[in-house]
Design a binder for this molecule. Structure first.
Ligand code: TYD
Length: 218
């Protein structure tokens, strides 16, 4: 598998349940990639552009049942469309590596497979908004739910609305990400988020070294 990373940019998404340590691992990977001289843009969903961040506030505040599943998915996709147009695509055109903390697999996992919406509606939204503009590589950080909830509780993470949906829902989310990885093994890599930060960072580095070695070379 070879991708021309210098001329067209490279798009990586990180996915996983709450408390898997995505943001720490994204920072470490970005640092390693910057050392090769590349421009790296770190971004997140929901959010990542002024419009996306405005929608993020609507999504993450309030009680667990504030939005119906379809309203929630439409808001996620409204934010995603803006994020793609205003942040991700311009950066990829400049030749940057874009690393996003969550992307479309989160909607498939949280709203589609674990939520009540079902995968058909989410697939329709995906085809309408993302289509061929999806990630080149998706790292799914996998952790038992209890451990993830313990970790995010300990760091006092701001996000409460989705975490308040309970452990059974989080377990469905975990299984949904594993299912997505089984369906798309070429794009997705499941990485265990157990053990220390350096161990997990090493596993992620190995995935990139194996699949896209040109990303880590100067
Ligand atoms: P955030 O504080 O960014 O959490 P985390 O650190 O776990 O990424 O909150 C994002 C929450 O929104 C998270 O619980 C997952 C949820 N989410 C969805 O349900 N669907 C989506 O499409 C996205 C992007 C996020």
């Amino acid at each position: 598998m070879t991708t021309p990373v210098s001329s067209s940019g490279f798009f990586i998404s990180f996915e996983g349940g709450d408390g898997a340590g995505k943001s720490t691992q994204i920072e470490l990977l970005a640092e390693a990639l910057r050392q090769t001289g590349r421009e790296v843009v770190i971004t997140r969903e929901p959010g990542g552009s002024p419009g996306g961040e405005a929608i993020r506030k609507l999504l993450l505040e309030g009680d667990a049942n504030k939005w119906s599943p379809i309203s929630e998915a439409l808001l996620m996709y409204a934010a995603r469309a803006d994020h793609l147009e205003r942040t991700i695509e311009p950066a990829l055109k400049r030749g940057a590596v874009v690393i996003t903390d969550r992307f479309a697999d989160s909607t498939m996992a949280y709203q589609g497979l674990a939520g009540d919406l079902g995968e058909k509606a989410v697939t329709t939204l995906y085809q309408l908004v993302v289509a061929a503009r999806g990630p080149d590589l998706t790292i799914i950080l996998d952790l038992p739910v209890e451990e993830g909830l313990k970790r995010s509780g300990a760091t006092g993470d701001a996000e409460q609305r989705f975490e308040s949906k309970g452990a059974a829902y989080q377990e469905k989310v975990r299984q949904a990400f594993l299912e997505i990885a089984r369906r798309e093994p070429e794009r997705c890599a499941v990485v265990s988020a157990k053990d220390g930060i350096a161990d997990v960072a090493g596993r992620i580095r190995e995935v990139i070294q194996t699949r896209f070695p040109q990303l880590l070379s100067r």
